[in-house]
Design a protein around this ligand. Structure first.
Ligand SMILES: *Cc1c(COP(=O)(O)O)cnc(C)c1O
Length: 466
């Protein structure tokens, strides 16, 4: 399988190349040249497979010659062996129609572990074949940083530099990053906001003084391998509920459109998906785009579900590309206009194409609180604010009663204990395996909100390209 850019002019790469590249050189995102498709019989034969083997079946067509089937299985077993639940992503029943897919049993208690645990192993595998060292630089408002750090800690030929805004991430989130003491992990608390940190990272990607000496890589969800890994749990859940002989709907708490795009890929591969319900908080650019065709960025409103507080959803570009008949030149023009004006109208083809599979709903703070309370009072389950937004959308969608609706639970409730306690009076506890988080030693550099200081710090600690 080779990978092409959504903007049509970057060179095609194989799976290994697309994994290490992150963003394409024309500013686009890599997508597989075509969607592999399973027959109904092939999907039926996947029922009951252990998660790591299911992952191998789903991923093999995307990986192509970059990994042998045996090697891919060894990597999926290693990645998912670190999860605290034998089912990796267990499915829990709420009522006759609603189900919860728990994606938070990984090391850092958020769904990002499902993809990043594998991505860390893929980096190490592909880097071991050449003499390149990779310097990952990222900015985080919480969840991505801890999941990425856990995934690459101690891995050969990779260093990670993770910037977070000092004093603006939760204690749990900070400690999940700063208590990882592996020598290749470099936490940096900067004075400033998340946007300041993000702006410094973007500047570093475009600073010849840095890119000339170091191979700078990315771990955010523009990386195709992350989305590929997320396709697996859509299959795992639907198979348990009767696929391929029965359609299943999914409600997905959405920020950067990565997770729900993986559901679209599952449908393209032949999984019978009745609906993909895009759930947003009041930062609702995607809800507006899907209901009225208006994709225009405003300013971010901070909410109790911070991982969904976004202005622009990078992975939406991958959907627009498909809905545009995969015309890279046309999409490049559409995206250039959006980057200049921050507004975009979806074409009719894009709107009608999206409406075939996608629905959407927006939850405000009150909707979110009520969903947390409903889960607790009716099902005895504590759910986190992100998951609650998904559950609100699932229940608002009013699908026919014979269609099971699976809400993706993207974070463990103990990551956001205050919001859960406010809604239910119950304070969720950290699972025992991370229970000593508050006793562990922390290591973190504190730097001023100044690009030169950060670039100097990275240059002094990173390993030049090879
Ligand atoms: C990252 C994240 C999301 C949003 O996922 P996208 O792939 O960006 O749409 C939702 N919930 C939680 C808890 C997250 O960490």
């Amino acid at each position: 399988m080779d990978y092409i850019s959504t903007r049509g002019s970057a060179p095609a790469l194989d799976f290994a190349g697309a994994t290490l590249a992150g963003l394409a050189s024309d500013g686009g995102l890599y997508v597989p040249r075509e969607w592999p498709r399973f027959s109904e019989a092939e999907i039926a034969a996947m029922a009951g497979l252990p998660y790591a083997e299911l992952a191998r079946r789903i991923m093999q067509p995307f990986v192509g010659d970059s990994l042998t089937p045996d090697r891919l299985l060894a990597l999926t077993r290693a990645a998912y062996g670190r999860f605290a639940h034998a089912a990796v992503t267990p499915l829990v029943q709420f009522d006759e129609q609603h189900w919860l897919l728990e994606l938070f049993h990984g090391p850092t208690l958020a769904f990002k572990d499902v993809a990043l645990q594998l991505l860390g192993l893929l980096f190490e595998e592909f880097l071991s074949r050449g003499d390149e060292n990779l310097t990952i630089v990222g900015a985080t408002s919480g969840d991505t940083g801890s999941a990425a750090i856990d995934a690459v800690a101690g891995r050969a030929k990779v260093d990670i530099f993770m910037l977070h805004p000092r004093g603006r991430v939760s204690d749990v989130q900070r400690r999940q990053m700063t208590t990882v003491l592996a020598p290749n992990v470099h936490n940096i608390a900067i004075d400033g906001t998340f946007d300041d940190a993000q702006a410094m990272v973007k500047r570093m990607f475009n600073d010849p003084a840095m890119t000339g000496r170091f191979s700078i890589g990315a771990v955010n969800s523009i990386n195709w391998a992350r989305l590929m890994a997320q396709v697996v749990y859509y299959f795992a859940a639907a198979l348990q509920l009767g696929a391929p002989h029965r359609e299943v709907a999914f409600a997905v708490p959405t920020g950067n459109f990565g997770d729900v795009f993986a559901g679209y890929v599952a449908a393209k591969m032949g999984l019978p998906v009745a609906r993909l319900i895009v759930a947003t908080n009041v930062n609702d650019i995607l809800h507006r785009a899907l209901t009225s065709g208006d994709y225009s960025a405003g300013t971010v409103t901070p909410t109790a579900a911070p991982s969904m507080d976004i202005q622009v959803s990078s992975n939406f570009e991958r959907l627009l590309f498909d809905l545009n008949g995969r015309d890279g030149a046309a999409l490049a023009a559409q995206m250039a206009a959006f980057e200049a004006s921050k507004t975009m109208r979806l074409t009719n083809a894009q709107r009608e194409g999206a409406a075939v599979l996608f629905a959407s709903a927006r939850a405000d703070a009150d909707d979110m609180r009520q969903a947390i309370r409903w889960a607790w009072e009716h099902c005895g389950a504590l759910i986190d604010p992100h998951t609650a937004i998904g559950l609100h959308a699932a229940r608002a969608a009013a699908l026919p009663k014979n269609v099971p609706v699976v809400t993706l639970a993207t974070a463990h409730p103990a990551k956001f204990p205050d919001a859960v306690e406010r809604a239910t009076g119950q304070r969720p506890h950290l699972p025992a395996r991370v229970g000593d988080l508050f006793d562990r030693e922390e290591r973190c550099a504190h730097l001023p909100g100044d690009y030169a200081a950060v670039a100097d710090h990275v240059a002094r600690h990173a390993v030049p390209r090879g």
